[in-house]
Each structure stands twice: as structure tokens, then as C-alpha cells.
Write a protein that binds this ligand. Structure first.
Ligand code: GRF
Length: 195
């Protein structure tokens, strides 16, 4: 299955997904495109080094729906069948989400349904939670609210600050996302085969 990965920054989850495939080329997906709304995103440099096809366009000064139409065209042109958001820091328009129904995954750095949106690690620390973590979920119109398909927990330590917790959660993200994506691809393929 042809996967498109959307990034806005560092792109470490994108690299993890790419590495997982490189370690075993029989994995049932290939990265058809890495796309970004930030042309200077560090992750785009990493993607090109990995030999991946990239696309970038700044969203600045554009209506959300116009930008998303360009993005949609680039993804379809690359033959993308499934989208993985990986640090894509922009809300997608309802039209875009609807036209890719059940075909967009996201990784979020909290144990959803806890802490949708930003600043998740700080919020977990302030709440005195025992665990932080990350979730892979299907994207629906509502932010970070679609069905969760995989989670990993990280025990919070007394000396943690948001950065130290984020770093340990990120390590789990890099393990979780490639596997969750692969499992989702297998499930989608099963559905297609069954009609
Ligand atoms: C990750 O923490 C992810 O959970 C969140 O944004 C961050 C992206 O990091 N959605 P990277 O760009 O993959 O390094």
C-alpha cells in the first residue's frame, strides 16, 4: 500500500517509519510521498537523504481549503492510498478528512482521550499522572478524537519535566507508529479483499 507522510518539522516519526520498512522490505507498505506545509522543515531534508519523494508548499496566506486541495492533488498524483500524519501541525479541512475517510492516521503524544491538542506532557505532569504515553488514532473531523488503534505507556518519574518525558515518549512513538501503521495496512487490505 502506498503511504503518504505529512510533516511540519523534525520528522523523526517519518524516519522511524522509513527505517522499519528498510529493515524488512517485505513490509506491506511503501512511502510514496513525504509532504509538508513548511518548505524549510528539517524532516524534508531527512526524507530526501533517505531517497524519498518530497512535496512542499507553504500554507501561509492561503485559505485552509485551498491549501488542502493542493495537498490532496499532490498525494493523489503520487498514488497515495493511506496518509500518516507525523508532526503535521495544521488542522485538515473537513472536506479533506471526509474524502480520505478511514485513510488518515495520526500519532499523538498522550494517552488519548487524555490531553488532546498541544502541551500534552506538561498537562500530564501537572495532573500528577502515573503514566504518559502516545496514541495512534484514525483521523476524523474532530481534533485528536478519532478511534485509537494503538497506545504505548511511559511511567512518569518524580524528576521528569516536559522535555524529559517527551524524549522518552518519543522513543516509544518511534516503535509504536511503524507497527500500528503496518497493522492498519494489513487490516485495510483484508477489508478490500473481502469486498
Ligand atoms: C511527535 O511528538 C508526535 O507525537 C506529535 O508531534 C511530534 C512530531 O515529532 N504529533 P517528529 O516530527 O515526528 O519528530
Amino acid at each position: 500500500m502506498r503511504v503518504g507522510i505529512l510533516i511540519s518539522g523534525r520528522g523523526s516519526n517519518m524516519v522511524a517509519i522509513s527505517e522499519y520498512k528498510r529493515r524488512d522490505p517485505t513490509r506491506p507498505y511503501e512511502i510514496a510521498l513525504v509532504a509538508s506545509n513548511v518548505p524549510e522543515a528539517r524532516g524534508l531534508v531527512a526524507a530526501r537523504r533517505l531517497g524519498l519523494k518530497t512535496w512542499a508548499m507553504s500554507h501561509r496566506g492561503m485559505e485552509r481549503s485551498d491549501f488542502d486541495r493542493h495537498l490532496d492533488a499532490a498525494l493523489r498524483e503520487a498514488g497515495v492510498e493511506l496518509i500518516a500524519l507525523a508532526g503535521y501541525m495544521r488542522l485538515l479541512s473537513d472536506e479533506f478528512v471526509d474524502s480520505w475517510e478511514a485513510r488518515i492516521l495520526n500519532i499523538h503524544p498522550s494517552l488519548l482521550p487524555l490531553y488532546k491538542g498541544l502541551d500534552t506532557h506538561r498537562r500530564a505532569l501537572i495532573a500528577g499522572d502515573e503514566y504518559g504515553g502516545c496514541s495512534v488514532h484514525v483521523v476524523t473531523r474532530d481534533l485528536d478524537a478519532g478511534p485509537v488503534i494503538a497506545q504505548a505507556r511511559v511511567r512518569i518519574q518524580a524528576r521528569d519535566d516536559p522535555d524529559s518525558l517527551a524524549a522518552r515518549v518519543l522513543e516509544e512513538e518511534h516503535k509504536l507508529y511503524p507497527i500500528a501503521l503496518e497493522q492498519y495496512v494489513i487490516a485495510l487490505r483484508g477489508e478490500t479483499a473481502n469486498g
